[in-house]
Write a protein that binds this ligand. Structure first.
Ligand code: FAD
Ligand code: SF4
Ligand code: SF4
Ligand code: SF4
Ligand code: SF4
Length: 412
């Protein structure tokens, strides 16, 4: 019987699933088993659409359709958590299994804290994540750095620090991620700063790191993170759809080292990006200058997993004067005030911004400052965010006594 903390190599028993899967098809086999066995009513996964730059979220109730979702799409920058809230009624009355990257998992936890998602009904199959590349920059990078027509690429992967493409005529070409990123290509900037590499708050954490020897590329390293995850794994093995073997001790060590190196790299990018923003009034000016391009398309709000309000304050006329483009700065201040303690750095507000405003960078910088002050890390557990702990009465009294409701003046 598997238990929390156990580590395995796993792969699909079915040869076709093994072949189609990114690393042996274990995740596809687990999702199929969860649906077939009745552990869940549906699966929300991601499949390739028009091409490798088109990651399509797919809702599945027929187990035979899950095979279509096998494989990793690194140019898929979508966030599944908000979809669970918006289109699946927060899994309130339906049990669903979802393959989740770190940001998907963190988003689900933040929505669950706000009673927007019922985590008891969500089976989270975590995917380790080194990062994703925006479809627009991937096309540019492939044309400019690889000298290949982006439409001729049929497969991409990130392996051993390289971004690798495979073309229609079977050619493989790889370039080191470090080199690409030094020249402004590569992963999204939020992914470079991301430190949720192995999503252990999911039920299982699956990835290729740590699979070595003959099984490299043919099996997935699975860490069991909850009882629910252990039951799924045991059930799939008993049903004969999943094969497992002991994780190689050297592989466990390597996985730990890679994770550690990725966390250090995340720190390096945070230092670089946040330093570039300056501090205090300089930072404020940079944010005000950049957001002055805003056309108030609301995409940053629509796609943010922390934004869930039926009546958004940015639409209240007494707060944000209607009909003004660009909107007054209070439009952005409202978001900073409501979200910064809980921002999970998923990048959606930047990815979808019509004016390419680095919204995620601004919010993430604020979140890290707040985390340093209050010690609250969003997305890792069900601990309530800082603002939920502020007593309205105490704050009103502070305002009336001192003329200020600021506990800390973060812009000084
Ligand atoms: P499969 O059976 O092929 O199933 C893959 C599942 O991933 C499918 O259910 C599919 O719906 C889902 N999926 C595909 N693309 C996305 C997406 N963009 N967002 C959410 N779900 C998606 N592992 C590591 O150890 N290190 C890494 O650095 C790493 N980076 C990754 C980056 C991304 C963007 C993704 C999606 C995965 C990454 N993984 C990483 C996990 C690894 O690539 C495999 O997904 C994992 O080993 C499982 O392999 P499998 O054959 O069992 O999965
Ligand atoms: Fe992966 Fe983190 Fe980027 Fe999400 S934010 S895609 S978990 S690197
Ligand atoms: Fe994601 Fe942006 Fe919301 Fe932060 S503010 S959680 S980066 S969408
Ligand atoms: Fe709610 Fe504030 Fe987001 Fe509007 S900006 S949806 S009020 S959290
Ligand atoms: Fe403004 Fe960009 Fe947000 Fe649209 S997505 S409202 S342009 S900041």
């Amino acid at each position: 019987m598997a238990a929390k903390g156990d580590m395995f190599y796993a792969w699909a028993a079915d040869a076709a699933c093994q072949e189609k899967g990114e690393c042996g098809g274990a995740v596809t086999a687990l999702l199929t088993h969860a649906l077939k066995s009745g552990m869940v009513d549906a699966v929300l996964a991601v499949k390739k659409g028009q091409d490798i730059y088109d990651a399509v979220p797919t809702f599945i109730t027929d187990p035979a359709e899950i095979a279509q979702t096998a494989g990793s799409l690194h140019c898929g920058t979508l966030l599944l958590s908000k979809l669970v809230k918006q289109y699946l009624d927060g899994a309130k009355d339906m049990r669903i299994a979802v393959p989740v990257k770190g940001c998907d998992t963190m988003g689900l936890y933040e929505l669950a804290k706000r009673n927007q998602v019922n985590l008891d009904n969500v089976l989270m199959i975590g995917l380790n994540c080194g990062g994703s590349v925006s479809p627009v920059s991937a096309r540019k990078m492939i044309a400019e750095k690889f000298g290949v027509n982006p439409d001729d690429v049929v497969k991409e992967e990130i392996d051993k620090g390289q971004f690798i493409i495979v073309t229609k005529d079977g050619q493989h070409k790889g370039i080191s991620m470090d080199e690409l990123e030094e020249e402004g290509y590569g992963r999204r900037s939020n992914c470079r700063r991301c430190k949720m590499k192995v999503p252990r708050q999911a039920d299982l954490a699956c990835g290729n790191w740590g699979v070595i020897g003959d099984q490299a590329g043919k099996a997935t390293f699975v860490e069991v993170c909850s009882e629910k995850g252990a039951n799924l794994l045991d059930g799939a093995v008993s049903a004969g759809v999943l094969k497992t073997g002991a994780a190689n001790p050297k592989g466990i060590e390597i996985r730990g080292k890679v994770e550690g190196a990725m966390l250090k790299l995340g720190d390096k990018w945070r230092a670089k990006d946040f330093e570039g923003l300056g501090e205090g009034k300089d930072r404020l000016k940079k944010i005000m200058d950049a957001t002055s391009r805003c056309i108030k398309c609301y995409q940053c709000i629509e796609n943010c997993p922390i934004c869930y309000c039926v009546e958004c304050s940015t639409k209240k006329a007494y707060l944000v004067t209607p009909g003004q483009v660009p909107p007054p700065f209070i439009f952005h201040l409202i978001r900073y005030a409501h979200i910064s303690d809980s921002c999970i750095n998923c990048g959606q507000c930047e990815e979808h911004c019509a004016m390419d405003i680095p919204n995620a960078l601004f919010m993430h910088a604020l979140q890290v400052d707040l985390q340093d002050m209050f010690g609250h890390t969003p997305g890792v557990d069900m601990e309530l965010p800082v603002l939920a702990l502020v007593e309205e009465k105490t704050e009103r009294k502070r305002l009336s006594d001192t003329g200020s409701d600021q506990i800390f003046n973060i812009f000084e």
